[in-house]
Ligand binder design. Structure first.
Ligand code: GLU
Length: 326
């Protein structure tokens, strides 16, 4: 047995031991509602944090047009954001470490890995000719906008939905992935979507569009907010919530970590993902969009999809087209 298989088996065994629900003849050892809550869990979520934001009139997908050609690596134009990053010697990227397949810590390597991490690496490669000239700072759905605005990070690549309310606070790159919100439940629960969750606790990350969409759903589920997506999985396993609801992309990663759970129902929102960048740094937005143009057209996007996301779809994946406001 090779090392990867051994570790994978150990991890799977640990998962099954912690949360088996009887599927496949395993004993149900769910911990029950008496178990401690994950740090920072809010049950129910405070209504202010889950309230729908003011509707803004904008095209959330429209970003800034990239230059006709990108500067060569290590030749960033002087005086701007890119020259400052080049002088620093590394790109600082805000990422998730709790989204399996998008941004997660690989237990085999100890490295942050996933589709979002590899997209961030493409930007570092374009600036430095070296995808490893990058420093990651882990952020959550609730902390990432401040991290961008304070300049703690140059950009955030974290399953982040482009919407008009967020455009008021940060700029976004062009869309690099499209998700939609669905529901994760215990396998065999009989729940087939949000409509079956009236009055039931449904978990999502604080600061996400998901927690708001739960609060706003006509079925009137009870939103429960946590810091990260794996906290939601733990609460589901411990019987503290009935379901998790967020992007299908993230739910697929949770379901892969616990085979006793399943994603149900159709997507009921559209969540276009963009890279968040400080509003003042329009030069970086345009540069990143140039990088994403190449990622879309030179086969990189398809390669990254195949590496990380094949489990999401059996269709031949195509990157979302870029839209520009100017
Ligand atoms: N895409 C949603 C959002 O941006 C949920 C995932 C996340 O929070 O990263 O709020």
């Amino acid at each position: 047995m090779n090392k990867r298989l051994v570790l994978g088996t150990l991890l799977l065994t640990a998962v099954l031991a912690g949360c088996a629900t009887g599927d496949g003849g395993l004993p149900d050892v769910r911990v029950g509602a008496g178990a401690p809550l994950p740090v920072g869990a809010q049950d129910p979520a405070p209504s202010a944090s889950a309230a729908p934001g003011a509707a803004q009139n904008c095209d959330p997908r429209a970003s800034l047009r990239p230059p006709a050609s990108l500067p060569a690596a290590n030749g960033m134009p002087s005086g701007g954001t890119l020259a400052a990053i080049q002088a620093r010697g590394k790109l600082i990227a805000g990422v998730d470490q709790n989204s399996y397949r998008f941004g997660f810590r690989d237990p085999l390597t100890g490295e942050l890995s996933g589709f979002d991490i590899d997209i961030a690496k493409q930007v570092a490669k374009a600036i430095f000719g070296d995808e490893n000239k990058i420093q990651y700072k882990t952020v959550t759905s609730a902390t990432r906008i401040d991290a961008v605005r304070n300049g703690e990070v140059d950009l955030v690549v974290e399953t982040m939905t482009m919407n008009c309310e967020r455009w008021q606070q940060v700029s976004f790159s062009s869309e690099y992935f499209t998700a939609g919100q669905r529901v994760l439940v215990h396998r065999g629960s009989g729940i087939t979507g949000m409509d079956g969750l009236a009055g039931k606790k449904v978990c999502a990350a604080a600061g996400s569009t998901s927690i708001r969409n739960i609060a706003a759903h006509a079925a009137r589920p009870v939103p429960v907010a946590v810091a990260g997506w794996t906290d939601c999985l733990v609460m589901l396993q411990q019987g503290q919530v009935e379901a998790v609801s967020t992007d299908d992309s993230i739910l697929a990663g949770l379901a892969a970590q616990d085979p006793n759970t399943e994603v149900v129902g159709d997507a009921f929102t559209v969540e276009p993902y963009g890279i968040a960048i400080r509003k003042e740094n329009a030069d970086l937005v345009r540069f990143v969009n140039g990088v994403l143009e190449n990622v879309r057209t030179d086969g990189t996007w398809t390669r990254l999809y195949r590496t990380w996301l094949t489990a999401l779809s059996t269709d031949t994946p195509t990157p979302p087209p870029a839209k520009y406001q100017d």
